[in-house]
Design a protein around this ligand. Structure first.
Ligand code: SUG
Length: 448
């Protein structure tokens, strides 16, 4: 049976803004308080989805969330009508209003962890929504994420959904941003690679000194258990704490994998040699030939990797057996990174081609091409069971660009977030979107 890796990209929501909310994420910190352009952000994301579809990839869309999250503000003690809740939050606790307005659900690499059916004990595709509990503005995403994923992958014969792990730092889980899967073919059993930043219970593991390590070993282990993965099909590795302290807040900022290939920075991991040997050995038992491409620090410094998001790229299979790397414009702007990419594609290795995309609106919040997509490997019959409303087509692309043009603002500053009209705009847009994508009722304003 044929199998695919389907990329579901997060559609940028109408409140996309630069709130400076993510300590440890260099771009989020340095662009704080700038005016954003939600319309441009959404169109940039849609252009990437369209381009991948045009290249022949199966491409999906993941809906944004209702913002401001009035229910979250109510749970923090703000009362009155929805407009009053927003007004009171703006007066008394602006940082909480900013957090409740974040469009951060666009970075769907953090929506959850997905294990394809060939890896799981019950032969279903398993999803665990990420609790994202390191940052308040992200911790409020998972209930709606779970409803949206359930509306997209509704058939319980093929799909199993797990709620987010307990919402404590010891089980900090950031989803697929710290998870990669190696395999020979997408539909065959593979090796799932879980990368954690620290251990909550085992003091032998080092931890970063300055910035938080968002993913714990214990969270990764819990996800592997929930998904019914076998020990033969799992490898755990620790991120190098020193790179977390340089702004590598997720492993997908310093490594990316696809098929049998891991593309990573020399400084990405702790115990790299042992980890590579384990990946090689376990993939060999699955019939695969593991290939590691190490980018040396002498060619690309960690700082250049963080600024350019070289590794926050999408590594995709081409029809001819080679691979294509989708990178953000910032890679071309960095002479060392760009020179490295020329060298990479002219060498005899698997990466044959680089394609550049302008995702500046998202990049300024620390979200590159890979952050914007959730990978779901599916067999043909599983793909047929996915809600067809969320699979990108030329007409859907046309409808969504018109929808963005109609509903989105082209400038948003912090002071605009207090405008109660923004909530109405967002709800009107999302109500229409759930009809376009055939999701049913998934948002708090549609349910309560
Ligand atoms: O969680 N930025 C996101 C970026 C997530 C990127 N995802 C991956 N690497 N997979 C984060 O730090 C910034 C929001 C703000 O500052 O307004 C933010 O949430």
């Amino acid at each position: 049976m044929k199998s695919f890796e389907v990329n579901f990209d997060g559609l940028v929501g109408p409140t996309h803004n630069y709130g400076g909310l993510s300590y440890g994420n260099v771009a989020s910190q340095s662009n704080s308080q700038q005016a954003s352009n939600p319309k441009e952000a959404a169109l940039q994301g849609l252009a990437k989805m369209k381009a991948l579809m045009d290249m022949g990839f199966v491409q999906g869309v993941l809906a944004p969330q209702e913002r401001p999250d009035v229910a979250a503000l109510r749970s923090l003690g703000f009362t009155g009508s929805d407009a009053q809740v927003i007004e009171r939050a703006a007066k008394q606790a602006m940082p909480l209003l900013v957090a409740s307005c974040s469009a951060s659900s666009m970075w769907v690499a953090n929506a959850g962890t997905v294990s394809p059916s060939a890896d799981t004990a019950d032969g279903r595709v398993h999803f665990t929504a990420a609790n994202l509990n390191c940052k308040y503005h992200r911790s409020i995403e998972h209930p709606t994420t779970s409803r949206v994923l359930a509306a997209m992958f509704a058939d319980s014969k093929h799909f199993a959904h797990h709620p987010a792990l307990p919402a404590v730092a010891q089980f900090g889980d950031e989803g697929a941003a710290n998870h990669t899967r190696f395999c020979r073919e997408y539909g065959e059993a593979g090796v799932e690679f879980f990368v954690f930043g620290r251990s909550a219970f085992d003091t032998r593991y080092p931890a970063p000194q300055k910035y938080p390590a968002r993913q714990t070993l214990e969270a990764s282990q819990a996800v592997a258990r929930l998904h019914g993965l076998s020990d033969d099909g799992v490898v755990y590795a620790q991120q190098n704490p020193a790179v977390i302290d340089q702004g590598v807040f997720h492993n997908d900022v310093i490594a990316v994998g696809n098929g049998e290939v891991l593309f990573y920075h020399e400084d990405a991991f702790q115990g790299t040699e042992q980890m590579l040997a384990e990946l090689q050995g376990k993939l060999a038992k699955r019939g695969g030939n593991f290939q590691a491409i190490c980018v040396p620090r002498s060619k690309v410094a960690v700082e250049d990797a963080v600024r350019s998001y070289l590794f926050n790229s999408q590594l995709l299979n081409r029809a001819d057996g080679g691979m294509l790397l989708i990178v953000p414009e910032e890679c071309r702007a960095n002479p060392r990174v760009w020179a490295y990419l020329q060298e990479l594609t002219s060498a005899a290795g698997p990466v044959r081609e680089v394609k550049v995309f302008d995702l500046k609106q998202s990049m300024q919040n620390g979200g590159g091409p890979a952050c914007l997509r959730l990978r779901v490997a599916l067999k043909e019959n599983e793909l047929a069971a996915v809600n067809p409303g969320v699979i990108m087509t030329a007409p859907l692309y046309g409808t969504l660009t018109q929808w963005v043009d109609k509903h989105y603002r082209d400038s948003l500053r912090e002071s605009d977030l207090a405008d109660p009209q923004l909530l109405l705009e967002c709800r009107t847009a999302l109500d229409e979107l759930t009809q376009i994508l055939k999701l049913g009722s998934v948002y708090p304003f549609q349910i309560h």
